[in-house]
Design a protein around this ligand. Sequence first.
Ligand SMILES: NC(=O)c1ccc[n+]([C@@H]2O[C@H](COP(=O)([O-])OP(=O)(O)OC[C@H]3O[C@@H](n4cnc5c(N)ncnc54)[C@H](O)[C@@H]3O)[C@@H](O)[C@H]2O)c1
Ligand SMILES: [Zn+2]
Length: 358
Amino acid sequence: MRVLVTGGAGFIGSEIVRALVASGHEAVVLDALLPSAHMGGSAPAVPDGVRSVVADVRDREAVAGALAGIDAVCHQAAMVGLGKDFADAPAYVGCNDLGTAVLLAGMAAAGVRGLVLAGSMVVYGEGRYDCPRHGKVRPGPRAEADLAAGRFEPLCPSCGADLVPGLVPEDAPADPRNVYATTKLAQEHLAAAWARSTGGRAVSLRYHNVYGPGMPRDTPYAGVASFFRSALARGEAPRVFEDGRQRRDFVHVRDVAAADVRALEALPERAPGSFTAYNTGSGEPHTIGEMAAALASAHGGPAPVVTGEYRLGDVRHITADSARLRGELGWRPEVGFKAGMKEFAAAGLRGVPSPSAV
Ligand SMILES: NC(=O)c1ccc[n+]([C@@H]2O[C@H](COP(=O)([O-])OP(=O)(O)OC[C@H]3O[C@@H](n4cnc5c(N)ncnc54)[C@H](O)[C@@H]3O)[C@@H](O)[C@H]2O)c1
Ligand SMILES: [Zn+2]
């Protein structure tokens, strides 16, 4: 299979390119090398024999050229993270949604009918909780006054009772809480519309918190694992926001790349015109505090500090139920939390030399 990997110079995309080549497929990379993701020209090397096009997915001609002879597209290109402030909104919508629309229009014109999209758990917002009286509930955004007072746990929207966080299935209603999350949801709707109108087959892998070697260093556009890892690289303690008890699912980048390859290989078996979403998580939820502690201990300190700071766009707990991906595509994550964090603590970040190289 010949696969166009957009964002193939990024953290996850470059791992997918390696996994495709290792599985005997051919990969072509299209990546704009965004400065927000590639500070200091730190793009990873493209494996031998992989064609690489430096272009934006919004560039119709470049996309048309890159799509020649392609069987399926693995669409990873996007601006990620929460950004600096709302002024970033046009850039997020441009890269992620206009970019996806231009890519899909190019695929429609070129007769490319297979798509695997990098989706995200952020489309679910606060996730799913159980109230002892009201069963499954979905709390709204947390009030700033509560966060400022250290009341981080969302309460039952009907009775105010304490809630128990649960696993989010794919059919949970979408509830994006920030600009990035909104653009990731719109990407899925565009992919579904493209599939219906062209008879294409589309899959969205809703990644949980991906971590591993090659993660970009901390910028407003990076994820929490990279903030902690960057602090440790500077000899500073990871700063854990809220009370550190926020639950997430940290999934290793090699496991995510394997899921992408599996989803690409299984595209021909899907119904034409279909769109299917799969949660992509390790199935092993951990708190942010546990993650900071595991990284700090594997790195040899300093120990994390819990600061009580908060970010308004953040949700409290979000953990996926990845049973559909395991059941339908036979995918199994292979890198456990402890071993993965140990490796990540020793590995380099993009834009920061690895400890062994210092
Ligand atoms: N890292 C995570 O934890 C995570 C979680 C959920 C979803 N995702 C999704 O996975 C995908 C890859 O993310 P990543 O963590 O590897 O980020 P990354 O920043 O390392 O990689 C993204 C790549 O896309 C490129 N890019 C961005 N906009 C582009 C455009 N308009 N045209 C061409 N190239 C463009 C960037 O130059 C970069 O190389 C994204 O779609 C992201 O939304 C990531
Ligand atoms: Zn209740």
